[in-house]
Design a protein around this ligand. Structure first.
Ligand code: PEP
Length: 278
């Protein structure tokens, strides 16, 4: 059975001591057998903590990722770290195109596309984030925005193929303080666009489609049972190890309930999406 991905970005938080304590708590939980086996945990520390978290999580099966990396080769680019550098520090995943990078740091679709190709060349799994702003949703262009972002993100791969690709649908208005979790209908619409673009543009690659945006222990189970989703991507609610582990347990229970149901009819999901959201 494919794993259910559950991960968190620590964003710009945690001293080295705090990162180490979190990793040690996760290690203890894995060793105590309290992480559900079908849940594939991943954490994205700040670059400063990657190597120490790698050492503490070695052999636990918890995947490690970077929140960003520069697409160019190692060289004279002050203040950046390259794909090969984050891989060397222990990352197997690199997050690309997060809402905060697109809005606060002006990351464009072109930069995202370069990073995706560079990540795959370096042997990393890209975790591509796509999402519309509240103005785009209000303007009725959500599906076009998501399809454009994802198509663009994949457009520079050429013949390169990732070993696995993670795509997170994260509406910008759902993320962070003041964010509102997407309703099942809103989330299903975004996830369906992502699945359709992946089927059309990258059908030969194993992919996992995640939802992110104000996920917490109180709503994780409902998202798992209500959505056609292969994982959840969490920010604030998983900034402590107990927080992440609590959500993992709730996903486990919800996955069991989901597996008892009839498999979802994919035609019903894709019917939410209008014909061609290019
Ligand atoms: C995120 O930033 O990707 C995220 C999901 O954050 P939060 O869960 O805090 O909304």
């Amino acid at each position: 059975m494919a794993p259910f991905w559950l991960g968190t970005s620590w964003k710009m938080t945690k001293t080295l001591d705090e990162a180490a304590a979190y990793a040690d708590d996760l290690r203890s939980a894995v060793e105590a057998g309290s992480v559900p086996p079908e849940v594939r945990l991943f954490v994205l520390p700040a670059a400063t903590a990657l190597a120490s978290v790698r050492d503490r999580l070695a052999g636990t099966g918890v995947a490690l990722g970077s929140q960003n990396a520069h697409p160019g080769p190692d060289g004279a680019v002050t203040g950046e770290v390259s794909m090969s550098m984050v891989r060397d520090a222990g990352a197997s995943i690199v997050e690309i195109g997060h809402a905060e990078r697109r809005t606060l740091l002006s990351e464009t679709d072109d930069m995202v596309a370069d990073k995706v190709a560079a990540a795959v060349s370096a042997g990393l799994r890209p975790l591509i984030c796509v999402g519309e702003t509240s103005a785009e949703r209000a303007g009725g262009v959500t599906q076009d925005v998501l399809a454009r972002q994802l198509r663009h993100a994949l457009s520079r791969l050429g013949t390169l193929r990732p070993i696995e690709l993670l795509v997170a649908y994260e509406p910008h208005w759902a993320i962070g303080d003041g964010g509102r979790t997407a309703t099942p209908g809103e989330a299903a619409e975004g996830l369906a666009v992502v699945r359709r673009v992946l089927a059309e543009d990258l059908a030969d690659t194993p992919t996992a489609v995640l939802y992110g945006g104000s996920v917490h222990a109180g709503n994780a189970a409902g998202l798992v049972t209500g959505l056609d989703v292969d994982g959840l991507f969490v920010g604030r609610a998983a900034w402590t190890a107990p927080g992440l582990l609590d959500i993992a347990r709730r996903c486990h229970d919800a996955l069991r309930r989901r597996s008892l149901r009839q498999p979802r009819n994919p035609d019903l999901v894709s019917a939410i999406v209008r014909k061609d959201p290019r």
